[in-house]
Design a protein. Structure first.
Length: 276
C-alpha cells in the first residue's frame, strides 16, 4: 500500500499540470470569464509536490451567482472529482480529484479585486482586459507592515488561548486543550515572521508552510516548536504554556516597540500568574 502511495506521489506534479491545463482550457473559452489568476504556493513559486491549485476566476458583473450555483459542475469538467468540500452559497469550492490533487476555485467580480499584500507576485493566466495584472502591479508595490491594532489583537489572543488551554486541562478536556495549545503556538510562530518583517501567507491558525522546507524560521525556532510538542498529558501541557511564556514576553516587548505602543508588561504578568 505504501509503495502505491509513493508511486502516486511521484506523479502528482504531472497530474496537477494536467488538471490546471484542463481548467484553463475550459474557462478561457467562457465569454463570461474575464480573468484567471493563481495565488498560494503555485502562484508565488514556493510549492512542493503536494501543493494544491488556488485558482481565482474573475467573471462579468451579475454572473457571479450563476458561477457559484454551478461551481461543482464546472470543477467536474477539469477531471474526475473524488469529493468536494464547501457550502453551496460560498463563492468557492474545494474539489478533491481522484489523482490526489485538489483545486480551490474562487469566483470574483472585477470590482472585488483590490490591491493587497496577499496578491503580491501572484500569477495571471488569462487577462484580456488587463484587470488582473493591474491589481498585481499595484499589489507588488505594497510592503509588509504591521499596525498597533494587529499587535494588540495578537497579544489578546495569546492571553485568551493560554487561559482556555488551562481551563481545558482542569476539565480533563485534553483534545480541546491541545487544540488551544496549537493555536497558542501558532501565534508565537506567526509573530516570529512579524519579527523578521516577513508576511506569512497563511490565515489564522493554518500551520501550512511554517515548519516545512523554505520556512523563514531559524533552525533554533524550529527546535523550540518541536520541544513545545506534547501529547494528552495535562501536566506536560501546562509545562508547555510555562515554556512559551518567556518567549511571549520577549516578542511582546519587541513587537510593541515596533508599532509604538506600551508593552503592558504588568498586565502580561497578571494574566499568566493566574495559570502558572
Amino acid at each position: 500500500m505504501g509503495f502505491k502511495c509513493k508511486e502516486r506521489d511521484l506523479a502528482l506534479p504531472n497530474e496537477r499540470k494536467k488538471l490546471l491545463e484542463a481548467a484553463l482550457k475550459d474557462l478561457e473559452v467562457d465569454p463570461n470569464v474575464i480573468g484567471i489568476y493563481e495565488d498560494g504556493s503555485l502562484g508565488r513559486g514556493d510549492y512542493d509536490p503536494y501543493s494544491d491549485i488556488d485558482l481565482h476566476i474573475v467573471v462579468k458583473p451579475r454572473t457571479k451567482q450563476d458561477f457559484i450555483a454551478e461551481k461543482k459542475e464546472r470543477a467536474s469538467n477539469w477531471g474526475n472529482v473524488l469529493f468536494y468540500e464547501g457550502s453551496g452559497g460560498a463563492p468557492y469550492i474545494v474539489s478533491h480529484y481522484d489523482c490526489f490533487v485538489k483545486i480551490d476555485s474562487w469566483y470574483h467580480e472585477a470590482s472585488e479585486l483590490q490591491p493587497s499584500i496577499w496578491l503580491k507576485d501572484v500569477k495571471a493566466y488569462y487577462d484580456p482586459e488587463h484587470i488582473v495584472n493591474n491589481v498585481i502591479s499595484q499589489s507588488n508595490k505594497i510592503s509588509f507592515s504591521v499596525t498597533a491594532e494587529d499587535i494588540r489583537y495578537w497579544r489578546e489572543k495569546v492571553f485568551a488561548y493560554a487561559h482556555e488551554t488551562y481551563r481545558a486541562t482542569r476539565r480533563n478536556e485534553l483534545n480541546y486543550a491541545l487544540d488551544n495549545l496549537s493555536s497558542l503556538k501558532w501565534l508565537i510562530a506567526s509573530s516570529w515572521y512579524t519579527e523578521k518583517n516577513e508576511h506569512l501567507y497563511n490565515s489564522y491558525p493554518v500551520w501550512s508552510k511554517i515548519d516545512r522546507e523554505g520556512t523563514v524560521l531559524s533552525t533554533e525556532q524550529l527546535k523550540i516548536l518541536a520541544i513545545w510538542d506534547c501529547n494528552r498529558d495535562s501536566e506536560k501541557i501546562l509545562q508547555t504554556i510555562a515554556a512559551i511564556y518567556p518567549e511571549f514576553l520577549r516578542l511582546n516587548k519587541i513587537l510593541s516597540k515596533k508599532v509604538g505602543i506600551e508593552e503592558d508588561n504588568n498586565l502580561c504578568v497578571r494574566v499568566f500568574e493566574l495559570i502558572l
